[in-house]
Design a protein around this ligand. Sequence first.
Ligand SMILES: Cc1cc2nc3c(=O)[nH]c(=O)nc-3n(C[C@H](O)[C@H](O)[C@H](O)COP(=O)(O)OP(=O)(O)OC[C@H]3O[C@@H](n4cnc5c(N)ncnc54)[C@H](O)[C@@H]3O)c2cc1C
Length: 312
Amino acid sequence: MGSENAAFDADTDRDAAVAVVGGGPAGCSAGVYTARAGLETVLFDRGPSSLRRCASLENYLGFPAIDPETFLALARDHADTAGCRIEDDLIESVTALEGGGFRLEPQESDPVTARFVIAATKYDGSYLRGLDEDAMFVAEGADDADERFDRDYPDADGRTPVDGLYVAGPLAGCGDQAIIAAGHGASVARTLLRELREDEGYWGRFATHYDWRRKAENRRDEWADPERWVELFEGAAADDREPETVRRLAETYAADRDAAYVDSATATERAERGQRRLAAALDDDVLLEAVDDEAIRERAVALERSGSAADR
Ligand SMILES: Cc1cc2nc3c(=O)[nH]c(=O)nc-3n(C[C@H](O)[C@H](O)[C@H](O)COP(=O)(O)OP(=O)(O)OC[C@H]3O[C@@H](n4cnc5c(N)ncnc54)[C@H](O)[C@@H]3O)c2cc1C
């Protein structure tokens, strides 16, 4: 184990760009955004969970009713598919590293270093104590005997006075509802991504991160030409900007945007893959009940035929 104030080390396999603490709606949602944006993301999840106390989740758009375990399994599967490395471990402490970044101490596994931390643990912020103890906790309870994480410590976008530390979900004072926590997790991750892009030199609307997939048939030729973007960037850039930098940023922006177009075959294939993952989360009996009997019969006959053919 390294010293507590060791420098951030981007080369070890226990390192990540982003460490998300908490795998509820807020944390999984944040992790989906950071991982899909290409940031190596590790997500820790163990300990007190709010959603697991809910008997039946009935007001999350798209799910008229869903049991929290199935919902959380889907959320976790989504984070995993997006590229998060998920560790079933509880973070006991987070400390700042010299020169930026953090060191996280899990209960069971080896420490992890990360450039950014997103804390998404509704009930507990005590593991953050080492970062800014005096400012981030407020007294509560009889005679102010207890302390809790101050939900006003982060701003509305989840930023905190500690560089690289973000807070998402009800712990950051957003509404205490699963769908709002998920939306806030996404919003906090997008704030982080925006700030990274600003560090790269993007400004204004060009700094906003878009995780969209666009229809290839809507791709307009004039915007497929990177020069069009270079002109747009040059027109919007402040006078003191280096022209080469503006050109480089515009070309990268144009390439990223072009890569967001997806043809209909690819879109269909991805949607089918998504449906399979949804179906895998469903109870077999419920799934079979929902399928037309004739379709089940046809499928059974086809399976039998292919089995007989394979036996010959
Ligand atoms: C009884 C009850 C019923 C509810 N019913 C509804 C409802 O019907 N509809 C609705 O929208 N909302 C409901 N809620 C609110 C909803 O559960 C929360 O708003 C939402 O779950 C908050 O999401 P979160 O990700 O911030 O926190 P959580 O859901 O609490 O997720 C945090 C995750 O972090 C993990 N964790 C905690 N500490 C650590 C640590 N130190 N290291 C690693 N991992 C950690 C936990 O295991 C947990 O999985 C209910 C809440 C309760 C208590």
